[in-house]
Design a protein around this ligand. Structure first.
Ligand code: NAI
Length: 303
């Protein structure tokens, strides 16, 4: 069973995507009375047409998470137009700390998949609050950022998104790194297809595109739901898919004691392996800048 804490826009959309794939039964939990039950019913009715028989339930009681193998946390405040993800730090850290403790209480053997922003800092908060081994606390950010990078590149290059191989790592925030030095269009290096200036513009567009959606429709919903479902599938089905995700580092990339986006192999045990890739000097600077931002955020929380 997959538990989802937070049945707001992203939690409910993630539930819909996961249920539509028939991945597992789902228990949605939200503090707003009736909300999780309402979303669960709506999703369940939607499944009839597809002939999918997973059970989707909703509750305002965290006991509903009992026995979950995966707990997705999408509870807490979202960005308003003009806000950065980091602006949510102090409000969401209290919520995530208490929600993560509930997850640990009712689903002690689960893997936690963090969605709430600022996601890397919240992944760290959940790691500490649950006391779980580092492999079992992972954050979703890079998968979504990479969908956006592919969208931007496909438009610029006039190619199918499906022929682009890329990764977006680092902080899921202002310092995210669409790794242009390792981006290919069916083996053709991106750097041979675009000028340095065009690559830089694609990176900037990728960084800004979520804020653009929020300014226009108030929240990002559909793309995050698919990204969460993709990671959930890798964990629940033990697929060993390699995706960028927020992981607690102990020496990798020369960093220690924080969670940040890096390529990882996902399986039933959560993060099975962290991959180190060679970054260009500029990418490395961005990576370190993101790490500095996250270190500072974590120290504020500890104070
Ligand atoms: P939302 O406001 O629609 O939903 C949040 C839900 O959390 C609400 O239903 C609220 O009642 C619930 N909640 C608050 N405190 C709770 C608690 N203690 N226990 C259980 N439920 C609680 O917000 P939305 O749009 O769904 O976004 C959720 C979070 O996901 C935000 O922090 C947002 O920034 C983040 N996000 C992260 C993405 C990522 O790629 N990592 C992508 C999109 C959003």
């Amino acid at each position: 069973m997959i538990g989802i804490a937070g049945a707001g826009k992203v939690g409910a959309q993630s539930a819909l995507e996961i249920a539509s794939r028939g991945l597992d039964d789902i228990a949605l939990v939200d503090i707003v009375p009736g909300l999780a039950e309402g979303e669960a019913l709506d999703i369940s009715h939607r499944l009839s047409d597809a002939g999918v028989d997973v059970d989707v339930s909703g509750s305002s009681d965290f006991g509903a998470l009992r026995g979950a193998s995966l707990v997705i946390i999408a509870a807490g405040l979202g960005r308003k137009p003009g806000m950065t993800r980091m602006d949510l730090l102090s409000k969401n850290s209290g919520i995530i700390s208490s929600v993560a403790k509930e997850a640990a209480k009712y689903a002690p053997d689960s893997t936690v998949l963090m969605v709430t922003n600022p996601m890397d800092a919240m992944t760290y908060v959940a790691l500490k609050a649950t006391g779980f081994p580092k492999a079992r606390v992972v954050g979703q950010g890079g998968v979504l950022d990479n969908s956006r990078f592919k969208y931007v590149l496909a438009k610029k290059l006039g190619v199918s998104r499906g022929s682009i191989t890329s990764v977006v790592m680092g902080e899921h925030g202002e310092n995210m790194i669409p790794v242009a030095s390792h981006t290919y269009v069916s083996g053709v290096p991106l750097t041979s297809l675009l000028t340095e200036e065009e690559v830089q513009q694609a990176i900037e567009d990728t960084r800004k595109v979520a804020a653009d959606v929020i300014s226009k429709k108030g929240a990002t919903i559909f793309a995050p739901g698919v990204s969460v479902a993709r990671m959930a599938a890798a964990i629940v089905n033990d697929t060993k898919e390699v995706l960028a995700a927020s992981a607690y580092l102990e020496g990798e990339y020369g960093l220690n004691g924080l969670c940040i986006g890096v390529p990882v192999r996902l399986g039933r045990g959560g993060i099975e392996k962290v991959y180190e890739i060679k970054l260009s000097d500029r990418e490395r600077d961005w990576f370190n800048k993101g790490a500095d931002t996250l270190r500072e955020a974590i120290s504020t929380l500890a104070a």
